[in-house]
Design a protein around this ligand. Sequence first.
Ligand SMILES: Cc1cc2nc3c(=O)[nH]c(=O)nc-3n(C[C@H](O)[C@H](O)[C@H](O)COP(=O)(O)OP(=O)(O)OC[C@H]3O[C@@H](n4cnc5c(N)ncnc54)[C@H](O)[C@@H]3O)c2cc1C
Length: 386
Amino acid sequence: MKNLETEILIIGGGPAGSTTALYLSKLGFDITLVEKKPFPRETLCGEFLSKEVIDILKDVKAFDEFISQKPNKLNSFRAIDASGKELKSDLKFDAYAMKRSVFDSILLEKAKSVNVHVAQPAEVISTIKTGSEFDSIIEDSSGQIINIKSKLVIAAYGKQNILDKKLKRGFVNEKSYLNGVKFHLPVYLLESSFSEEIRIYTGDELYCGMNQVSDTDMTVCFLENRKHSKIPSRERLIEVIKSNSHFQSVFSNEAIEYIKTVNIYGTGNIYFGYRKVIENGIIMVGDAARVISPLAGDGIGMAMESSKLLYEVIKPYNLDTIHRDKIYLNYKKQYENVFNKRLSTAKIIQGIILNRKSRKLGFGIAKRYPSIIPYLIKFTRSTKTT
Ligand SMILES: Cc1cc2nc3c(=O)[nH]c(=O)nc-3n(C[C@H](O)[C@H](O)[C@H](O)COP(=O)(O)OP(=O)(O)OC[C@H]3O[C@@H](n4cnc5c(N)ncnc54)[C@H](O)[C@@H]3O)c2cc1C
């Protein structure tokens, strides 16, 4: 076994992990980030990037690298119900779309460029606090075991993780039945193109978001309650498309054939409820801290904002035990202040959209009073958005 020491260990190299590393490196800490997958890698996501993301990319000086990868600019949104009822709105803020394989690589490369030590592919298999320090066990791709001692551990490992069970987090046995699936579709297979629009198709217990993410590809991302459906995701996707004539009209027959073999990325049992942001002394950021409903909030933006919030909290302190206690207390308090209202509004909107009766009512109200749409958008995002 190899033994290493670092001041801060970050678990996960998604948007939350890389952004945390970028911010904390400004404070001069020795940081090690461990990412279990080789990059570039795809992951479940609608791949919509909000204004919060753009602001933070500028703040960590990664915006030029982002633009050089040609993200697709979006300027409007349209929601279409199974009955064909439509809601439309301009976005009124800068938004883009880009494949996660590209986006996450930009941030992780940027973290490497500011001297963050990155171990990849390597997995953190356990982490425990003994006295005032943490002992974490890491396994790299060759099977080598490394023991890393650190003063702080930041978990940026996403919404579901084996470490949640090891930490006995309160929500691990909760069942949500919400299942997400994403795939990329070449735009030439679509019957109509809408390159600057985010489109959302809603149905009973499901919705599907579509954004164009590059000159050639469209992201198609479903979220569905699978409590009563045992059909495999791929067959269910095709069934859903065929069951809604408005939705089906977007796809050519070749597109349906393509979906039968395309790579799909999915996760089941996505839990949107309460989680503690500090567990056994480990600080949670991004989805590990809390998952926002993707229909009404922007998870990547919130993940990166939680990284920035943690940086602001840590900035006046060092990592001595007495200071760390203040960091724990302040992060918990400020996380609740900044995100709680946004999280609960997003959860309510998701509940309305998934339910047939309340969705019908919601569409009716929003159609009659369209000014409510930007107001709701404001509540599910940072207050700086509108
Ligand atoms: C259906 C759906 C659609 C969505 N659509 C959007 C959208 O359009 N726009 C948006 O802004 N957000 C969207 N989101 C939310 C967004 O995907 C997440 O909020 C975001 O990925 C969170 O980033 P993260 O860094 O916290 O976690 P992740 O992106 O999950 O990254 C975690 C990283 O940690 C690594 N890891 C895990 N365990 C370990 C370990 N033990 N050791 C080392 N590494 C580890 C993983 O390999 C991964 O790279 C959507 C979510 C869902 C469910």
